[in-house]
Design a protein around this ligand. Structure first.
Ligand SMILES: Nc1nc2c(ncn2[C@@H]2O[C@H](COP(=O)(O)OP(=O)(O)O)[C@@H](O)[C@H]2O)c(=O)[nH]1
Ligand SMILES: [Mg+2]
Length: 381
């Protein structure tokens, strides 16, 4: 039997309550836990509703504030690790499910499909779903790119949504993750990268189950909203560099279904609000950092100071830039964070203009082929 966990921070309590009810009504679920960042309004609403819900459903529904477990910015990582610890130390449930609190398209099917794959013997089940061609720009250009360049022979580059927050862990997999000191340390947005890396490093078997309904959830406007996430996801990859993978993880992916027109036609971000980010607020210190980059990247970014440019940031230029970033990027250093963000914006715009504009099928094919090329080529050195 299973525990379902929703980590949350300033969410709409109505939607979260609805998801909690769906989870606790599922026959496989014995308990539901919501782990909040702090005692915000959402937390208070949930805490007030929990006793009644527990009674109605005949199963515990709990709400708690996350503990300070890690060493980086206190964020989603502390939330998820608090839940891992609770699951292992306070319960004897066999499986743990994580779902984002803001999913609007949540249903019992998310739980059922994960349980079915776990019944087949998989240690970890990860949900994946169709995404717009201009969504998931951190996943493609930071995480999957990094996995392909650094661990090309592992299953890591081929995991569809390595940053996904929807997954099932068996007790053994949960124990393995919590025992990894790098996982416990990762209190920020890097947690999803660390869970993914650690489960592969420990050789757990993975199944990716396909949710055709997609994940409807809160969306971003300009790419600026994603800066903290971007910086922390890159730093997470950087911190793992040099670790060798020796265990062999098995990895099965459910064949995807047809992609709904809403997803194919959706725009992932606001182009007009994103373009000025290339030009705005350069500091002399940030400009100096460009000296470390390959000539085409340096020249292109220098030109951006007066006008948005991105045609230079193709796949090969990004590979060169990524390598320099792996060697030199410093988390917490504002000039580096700003430059990493700008380089990634240029890469995202380049891809949008060169590939996403040609249509959904072309774009997704391109992205998968790009990962394959990166895995073949590896780092330049
Ligand atoms: N406990 C906890 N949950 C968080 C924190 N930050 C984000 N979350 C939750 O993590 C989930 C994913 O966050 P979201 O902003 O939707 O990210 P996105 O879906 O990747 O864009 C949501 O349920 C958030 O409420 C945090 O610091 N602590
Ligand atoms: Mg979300």
């Amino acid at each position: 039997m299973s525990l379902v966990v929703f980590p949350f921070k300033r969410e709409d309590p109505g939607n979260l309550l609805k998801n909690v009810k769906i989870a606790s009504a599922h026959p496989r679920v014995e308990e539901v836990l919501c782990v909040g960042f702090e005692e915000d309004d959402c937390f208070r609403t949930l805490a007030a509703a929990a006793p009644k819900l527990s009674k109605e459903q005949g199963k515990p529904v709990k709400v708690m504030v996350q503990e300070r477990l890690g060493e980086l910015r206190p964020g989603k990582g502390d939330g998820m690790n608090t839940a891992l610890r609770y699951f292992l130390e306070e319960t004897d449930h066999q499986r743990l499910h994580f779902y984002d609190a803001d999913i609007v398209s949540f249903s019992e099917e998310w739980i059922t499909k994960a349980e079915e794959a776990a019944d087949q013997g998989y240690d970890v089940v990860r949900h994946y779903f169709p995404r717009a061609s201009t969504d998931a720009m951190i996943t493609w250009f930071i995480t999957r790119t990094g996995f392909a360049l650094l661990w090309p022979k592992s299953v890591l580059p081929w995991i569809e949504q390595p940053l996904g927050g929807e997954l099932l862990l068996t007790r053994e997999a949960a124990r393995g993750l919590l025992a990894d000191h790098r996982v416990r340390r990762q209190s920020d947005w890097g947690i999803d990268t660390l869970y993914t890396f650690s489960m592969v490093k420990q050789g757990f078997s993975l199944y990716e189950t396909y949710m055709g309904v997609g994940k409807l959830h809160k969306l971003y406007g300009a790419l600026t909203d994603l800066k903290t996430m971007l910086v922390e996801c890159f730093a997470a990859i950087q911190s793992l560099r040099g670790i060798e993978l020796t265990e062999l993880s098995t990895h099965q992916v459910e064949f995807p279904g047809p992609v709904p027109p809403e997803v194919k036609e959706k725009l992932g971000y606001d182009l007009e609000r994103t373009l000025p980010l290339l030009c705005r607020d350069w500091t002399p210190e940030e400009e100096d950092l460009l000296a470390l980059f390959p000539p085409e990247v340096r020249a292109g970014m220098e030109a951006c100071r007066s006008f948005p440019k991105f045609s230079f940031m193709d796949e090969e230029a990004w590979r060169g830039a990524y390598e320099v970033l792996l060697d030199n990027f410093q988390l917490g250093q504002p000039h580096w964070e700003s430059l990493l963000f700008r380089l990634w914006v240029a890469r995202t715009l380049n891809y949008t203009a060169q590939h996403a504009l040609r249509g959904y099928d072309h774009a997704l094919y391109y992205l998968h082929q790009m990962i394959w090329r990166y895995a073949r080529l590896g780092l330049r050195r």
